[in-house]
Design a protein around this ligand. Sequence first.
Ligand code: NAP
Length: 292
Amino acid sequence: MTLTLNLIGPGRAGRTLAKLLLSAGLCTVQDVLGRNAGSAQDAVAFIGGGRAQDEMQAMRPAALWLLTPPDGAIAAVAEALAQSGLLRAGDTVFHCSGALPAAVLAPLAAQGVHIASVHPLKSFADPAAAAAGFAGTWCTLEGDAAAIAVVRPLFELLGARTAVIDAAGKTAYHAAAVLVCNDLVALLEAGWRSAESAGLDRATAQAMFEPLVRETLDNVFRLGTVRALTGPVARGDAAVVARQIDELQRSDPRVAEAYRALSCIALELARAQGTAAQALLDNVAAVLAKPR
Ligand SMILES: NC(=O)c1ccc[n+]([C@@H]2O[C@H](COP(=O)([O-])OP(=O)(O)OC[C@H]3O[C@@H](n4cnc5c(N)ncnc54)[C@H](OP(=O)(O)O)[C@@H]3O)[C@@H](O)[C@H]2O)c1
């Protein structure tokens, strides 16, 4: 059965998903509302269907509503929708924020509307490329059972791999995504800076470390974190760890702090690995605990 879809917030994520749902024959895209008519018209052209509207009240009823304004606007859009009287009990509304739970749509749930969040673990920076490469994307869902029963099959028919998570864990889940994605970028930047402080130029540092970074990531996914860990903490080399903390403390105390915090986790892995003697690892623990 083809569902009618209304889209509010027709930016990168919203227009990509609407295009995919339309192209797969799963939805008929009906009304598209942005902050200004121009972005809605652009989105309609990209999606290949739908009608740009310049005010919420002009939107027609739809079984499915996709809300993809920026995270900070989702609650206000949901509130405005609840005030509008456009939704019918049994309609489904979902947003795509990884940071916010479906409960941000609570004013709609109070009207008998089913609510969910669907977070694709994907960058929509380039909508055409994101649409072409969407199949295989992991999407995490949470919300009420009726909404999940509607949106989960749609995303699976688009080729997504889905996992339903508990709303109570949404912040921890998103923090995990930030740590392994965004903070990994920041960690690499800290590494390039440390190499620069050693006198290497950035391009050389990047070229030198690229194979090491890629091999390490491969090892983590192939062997798991315990077996993939190498380096001074894994070897129990407390003197090297101490010198490196002192050096980073001089060049950038924030990086020294991050090095120390991450080394504490590395130490747990080293203990589980059992390669270095526990006495040597105790020496590393003492270095990491020492105030500087
Ligand atoms: N981008 C990603 O890679 C990605 C990945 C996963 C999840 N998400 C989620 O997807 C959602 C949208 O992100 P995005 O990156 O697609 O944002 P975006 O490209 O900035 O697009 C946001 C859209 O919302 C419109 N808008 C802003 N305020 C609005 C309002 N009050 N009412 C109606 N429309 C409004 C904007 O219109 P104007 O153009 O006129 O400002 C724009 O069309 C967010 O919840 C985000 O967390 C994004």
